[in-house]
Design a protein around this ligand. Structure first.
Ligand code: ADP
Ligand code: MG
Length: 238
């Protein structure tokens, strides 16, 4: 293999329509994430970001179009995609509150030391119940557990929701570092400006359609369109 060989996207979709029942919420989506890339999916509330991520993960059915993992079309459910290296962090913080930090990490089936290498700040809390941690620490735990399994693809929905800026920065830094070792990352985010600091590319979704996509530099240069997409959504829908 030469360095000029085009790398297969870790995950991609073509002409994807998805939703609930027969009604599509997102339509005609083409997106891809290469190994080593952090790609951000932006858009106002109700745009279809969670629907997109859950469909890519195999949690919601495809209505039209196709999804490929490492170049192979797939219709497999999440647990099978997980075997092919896909990791999903949903909007609900996925830690078990009544269990200790170390037991949460063991449950992830990844190496505990590897998880602590990602977030050494969790080490003093290993024996504490996860429910007693701050929101930021809980999200670090969820991310550490996911990364300890060495996934090839990480889909994360609103990782930073409700967290203090320092915690957000810390999580994003860990995501960037993991991508720099080859992980393909798709992040759904509301913290637009801070996520653009660590992302390579992005898509802006409005009413279920991609209205803008490009490198972070391109998205920044079209900041006005990005902002107005958020502002154009009536307050009732936010
Ligand atoms: N379980 C569901 N059943 C029916 N419609 C849903 C369901 N979840 C979300 N929707 C609808 O799909 C649209 C997109 O939602 P979602 O993907 O959650 O958007 P976002 O994550 O961008 O805020 C919204 O109009 C929402 O009401
Ligand atoms: Mg959502």
């Amino acid at each position: 293999m030469t360095t000029t060989t085009t790398t297969e996207p870790a995950i991609s979709c073509t002409g994807l329509s998805a939703g609930y029942g027969k009604t599509p919420v997102v339509r005609g989506l083409d997106l891809h994430v290469q190994p080593g890339e952090v790609v951000v999916l932006l858009g106002p509330n109700g745009a279809g970001k969670t629907t997109t991520v859950l469909t890519l993960a195999g949690e919601l059915p495809v209505i039209e179009g196709s999804i490929a993992l490492h170049g192979d079309a797939t219709g497999a459910p999440l647990h099978r995609r997980a075997q092919r290296g896909l990791s999903l962090l949903t909007e609900e913080r996925s830690v078990l509150m009544k269990m200790t930090v170390v037991d949460n990490l063991r449950l992830g089936k990844g190496d505990v030391d590897r998880a602590l290498a990602v977030f050494p700040e969790l080490e003093p809390h290993l024996g504490r119940k996860a429910g007693l941690l701050s929101g930021g620490q809980q999200q670090m735990l969820a991310l550490a557990r996911a990364l300890a399994r060495r996934p090839r693809i990480l889909l994360a929905d609103e990782l930073s929701l409700g967290l203090a800026p320092l915690a957000v920065e810390r999580l994003f830094k860990a995501v960037r570092a993991a991508a720099d070792t080859g992980l393909a990352v798709l992040l759904v985010e509301q913290h637009v400006s801070s996520v653009l600091e660590i992302a390579d590319r992005g898509y802006l979704l409005v009413h279920g359609k991609v209205v803008l996509s490009g490198t972070t530099a391109e998205l920044r240069s079209q900041w006005h369109e990005v902002e107005s997409a958020y502002l154009a959504v009536p307050a009732a829908a936010v």
